[in-house]
Design a protein around this ligand. Structure first.
Ligand SMILES: [Zn+2]
Ligand SMILES: [Zn+2]
Length: 231
């Protein structure tokens, strides 16, 4: 046993039981998003496998969304804990809860792109929780992850603090750009992946995902799928 584990034993994030961040009892209460609960990331109505409805699609729309868990209980506790503390073994334990079958839709040749934080917020927090979790998933799936693709151009007011849905949506407009030296289409920086997976910790209004996907599609990425831990 590591000395730190002895001094500060790992505790279940929900009930405080010593041993793991997710104790067996609390894991048993996790609500997975079932096949029949998948939604279109544009209108947020029911959609098969989370694929964007053809009627919701325009040229630069995200192609679909997979979220693994409902945002409550120990899942909500884990998302919040990861926002403020860099705990990579928590990220790994969290990702190990995802059922393997959840990944069947992902193209094997995808590049994983975590949603970036604005540089000011990154400095304040010291790390990006979407990157920490994304790294754990990319490793699990053995697909490459790239962090130097998208850039957050505006320090947007934290989404959760904005109650009004319309305000949240306008808040996200032009919130992202491509990293400047990156010319996706010309392939000078790296050859353009046909398929990218955008990753974030939680899907709330979907405005973040849609804005980020829009930028990637305009750059010439053909297929953009969103993944979030919770919804
Ligand atoms: Zn517990
Ligand atoms: Zn739709």
């Amino acid at each position: 046993m590591h000395l730190l584990d002895f001094l500060f034993p790992k505790r279940c994030l929900a009930c405080g039981k010593i041993g793991k961040y997710f104790c067996n009892r609390c894991v048993g209460k996790i609500r997975f998003i079932e096949q029949r609960e998948t939604i279109c990331p544009v209108c947020e109505r029911s959609a098969i496998h989370g694929a964007t409805h053809p009627s919701c699609k325009t040229q630069y729309t995200i192609d679909g969304l997979t979220s693994f868990f409902h945002y409550d209980g120990v899942i909500q506790k884990a998302v919040k804990a990861l926002k403020y503390r860099f705990i990579s073994d928590l990220a790994n334990e969290f990702v190990s809860l995802i059922p393997q079958s959840s990944f069947f839709l992902l193209p094997k040749s995808s590049t994983f792109v975590p949603i970036p934080l604005h540089s000011a917020r990154l400095r304040h927090r010291g790390f990006n929780q979407a990157e920490l979790l994304g790294r754990a998933i990319a490793n699990k799936l053995q697909i490459p992850m790239r962090t130097e693709v998208l850039k957050r151009t505006r320090s947007t007011t934290a989404q959760v603090e904005m109650k009004d849905r319309d305000k949240r949506l306008t808040n996200m407009k032009n919130a992202f750009s491509l990293h400047s030296p990156l010319r996706l289409r010309s392939g000078q920086a790296f050859s353009i992946p046909h398929s990218m997976v955008l990753f974030d910790d939680v899907f709330t209004t979907g405005a973040t995902m849609r804005a980020a996907a829009n930028i990637l599609k305009r750059a010439g990425v053909e297929f953009v799928w969103g993944i979030t831990m919770a919804r």
